[in-house]
Design a protein around this ligand. Structure first.
Ligand SMILES: Cc1cc2nc3c(=O)[nH]c(=O)nc-3n(C[C@H](O)[C@H](O)[C@H](O)COP(=O)(O)O)c2cc1C
Length: 377
């Protein structure tokens, strides 16, 4: 095979010396190995995936009440927006949300470096590069999943982000990718991407365990139709023993998460964590050794009231929060009543946290009624 050239952490746009590696285990710097073991031992075993329009600031505050430990991702923010947009609106978040990871979208190493420098000022625990999103909008900007086709460019982006992040000794630079795109061979495509990132100094790799099909599927279809291949991620991890490799895609509950953790270092949960958010309630006890008593759903909601009231005082709307908490009683008796009240009343003018209390009371009444009917039957 003709030699392929990669780019190293030596600088964002310096072509480098190392050839495509054929050896089994990628070379890691001592710092990467240390990071990896820290991540595996203490850190980001469970994370909530970046989700546009969903994992906004309000959502993350709510998820943080459900788990004090899980790593929470922002929605993807495009590097250009970070550089030119309203920074506080895009990047600010309350202190209690740590650990929190900012996901950036982009493919220009210089812009990603600039966005990383801006993000450092906001104290994120991790800055992640999106190499997995297949939407047309993202493709036209030539970033997201289509970057799977240009691993050398991804490596340059990572190198630039690492260099920009160097003044912050703690922040991690990570990548979230797919197995490949379109007709790529998932064995070589993923290995090439991973090895390039490792040479560039990446601290962790999160892999959505399916391909993205760039033509003909909507982003939503691209989260379901290309088949999942968890084994491919396990093989990546087996080859990269000292690199943090996390898995994502179709993980529905914590039992499944636990099974994956026998093979990989971390599990990222997206839709299940959003729609059935109560699953986050026992993450701390199950995965981080916490011996704090389990919180109830009611407790979590009431812990949100101060933040919601502050938001309302600043002119925010009640449904900025209620849209995220609507799934909290998923599968519980009375959940429908709770959802109905939140979705109709939280959008009314003047709505406040009283709407949540009303929904809880109506849910309790509906459950009582159901229980009485069952006793009589
Ligand atoms: C509404 C929505 C928005 C998403 N936005 C992003 C995004 O901004 N960045 C990203 O890397 N992935 C995004 N994803 C993909 C998720 O991070 C995740 O990879 C995908 O949903 C598969 O995981 P799951 O099966 O656990 O949901 C999004 C998914 C959803 C449902």
């Amino acid at each position: 095979m003709a030699p392929r050239f990669w780019y190293s952490a030596g600088g964002a746009d310096k072509p480098i010396k190392t050839k495509l590696r054929t050896h089994e285990s990628a070379r890691l710097t001592a710092k990467q190995e240390l990071m990896t073991s820290q991540l595996r031992n203490f850190g980001q075993r469970i994370s909530v995936a970046p989700m546009m329009d969903w994992t906004d600031r309000a959502c993350r505050s709510f998820h943080r009440k459900l788990s004090t430990k899980a790593l929470l991702y922002t929605e993807m923010v495009v590097a250009d927006a970070v550089i030119h947009g309203h920074r506080d609106r895009l990047l600010a978040y309350p202190e209690h949300q740590h650990p929190v990871a900012l996901q950036l979208g982009g493919s220009d190493p210089a812009k990603l470096a600039e966005a990383t420098r801006v993000a450092l000022g906001y104290g994120y625990d991790e800055i992640n590069l999106n190499v997995g999103c297949p939407s047309d909008r993202v493709q036209s900007g030539t970033f997201g999943a289509c970057l799977m086709q240009t691993p050398d460019l991804v490596a340059r982006c990572v190198a630039a982000m690492k260099e920009a992040a160097a003044p912050d000794k703690k922040v991690l630079i990570t990548v979230k990718c797919r197995l490949g795109v379109d007709d790529q061979n998932i064995e070589t495509a993923l290995d090439e991407l991973a090895d390039g990132c490792i040479d560039a100094g990446v601290d962790a790799l999160w892999v959505h365990a399916r391909k993205a099909w760039l033509k003909g599927l909507s982003p939503k279809e691209n989260r379901d139709i290309p088949p999942l291949d968890y084994d491919r991620v396990y093989r990546l991890k087996a080859r990269l023993k000292n690199m943090f490799v996390g898995i994502n895609g179709g993980i529905a509950n914590l039992d499944e998460a636990e099974q994956h953790l026998a093979y990989v270092d971390g599990v990222m949960i997206g839709r299940a964590a959003y729609h059935d958010c109560a699953l986050l309630l026992d993450v701390d006890q199950r995965f981080y050794g916490s011996d704090a008593p389990l919180k109830t759903r009611h407790q979590v909601l009431r812990e949100m009231y101060d933040e919601i009231e502050n938001h309302l005082l600043q002119g925010g709307k009640m449904n900025h929060y209620t849209r995220h908490i609507i799934g909290l009683f998923h599968g519980q008796p009375g959940a429908r009543t709770y959802r109905q009240i939140l979705s109709t009343k939280a959008v009314q003018p003047g709505a406040g946290v009283g709407v949540i209390e009303e929904a809880l009371a109506a849910m309790a009444a509906a459950t009582d009624q159901l229980n009485r009917a069952e006793e009589l039957a």
